[in-house]
Design a protein around this ligand. Structure first.
Ligand SMILES: Cc1cc2nc3c(=O)[nH]c(=O)nc-3n(C[C@H](O)[C@H](O)[C@H](O)COP(=O)(O)O)c2cc1C
Length: 217
């Protein structure tokens, strides 16, 4: 069996990011009965923090690629290191990941980074996928990517995937009933029309990315 881990960094269980994760998982499972897909919801984990700069992962002889802090995130970090394929999903908040995703990424990647030669190596090589949902239209992606690029690049280097998959859902519908919210500035009609025209293809892209990862692992 090959094991794909989806790290779902969205707080909402039934909205855009969660649906993209579902579709990714569906695509991966459909590709082969030999694929096991696990989903970790970061917002469901026991309490955890971002990197606390203890530097224990840099102690000589202790560089094992796993954050030394033991808390609610430890099992997820171990699972991400052990997985044969890794998908990381997050809504975009202030042009970056959610806080829980950011904390996960700090603690995943910093132990991979060596301060001797500045190489970055996860304990196991694997294909990587990023799954994002956001209010912003596709045209704003170059700006947003500037905020994501450094950590995205470090994760890709760490897992040894020079061409990670990207699933991006833009102009998402943020609430089920816009009439209840003071959100006119977002032009809800435009989001609803975009959803009607693009959401199915966003889900199809997520399924295809899951399938592609299943074929690579
Ligand atoms: C605190 C907060 C900050 C946000 N910041 C951004 C942003 O900077 N850019 C953007 O495109 N969307 C932003 N959004 C919108 C979400 O990314 C978007 O609605 C996303 O699809 C939500 O995912 P979900 O439905 O899985 O919760 C923000 C939403 C929240 C709650």
């Amino acid at each position: 069996m090959k094991h794909i881990l989806i790290v779902d960094g969205g707080p909402r269980r039934n909205m855009n990011t969660a649906a993209l994760c579902d579709a990714f998982a569906e695509g991966a499972r459909a590709a082969s009965p030999e694929i096991e897909v696990e989903r970790v919801r970061l917002y469901d984990l026991p309490p955890y923090k971002g990197c606390v700069s203890c530097l224990a992962c840099k102690l000589k002889g202790r560089e094992n690629g796993l954050c030394a802090i033991r808390d609610g995130l430890t099992d997820a970090l171990r699972a991400a290191n052990d997985a044969d394929g890794l998908a990381i999903a997050s809504p975009i908040y202030f042009s970056e990941w959610t806080a829980m995703t950011r904390a996960f990424l700090e603690r995943l990647v910093f132990p991979w980074l060596r301060y001797t030669d500045f190489s970055c190596a996860a304990p196991k090589k694997k294909p990587l996928a990023w799954i994002y949902s956001m209010n912003a239209p596709e045209s704003m992606m170059p700006d947003i990517r500037q905020h994501l690029a450094i950590l995205e690049g470090a994760v890709a280097r760490g897992v040894g995937d020079p061409a990670p998959a990207f699933v991006e859902a833009h102009s998402t519908v943020q609430v089920k009933d816009y009439s209840r919210y003071a959100m006119d500035g977002l032009q809800p009609d435009a989001h609803l029309a975009w959803r009607d025209a693009h959401w199915e293809s966003d889900l199809a892209a997520a399924r295809a990315a899951g399938q592609a990862m299943a074929q690579k692992v």
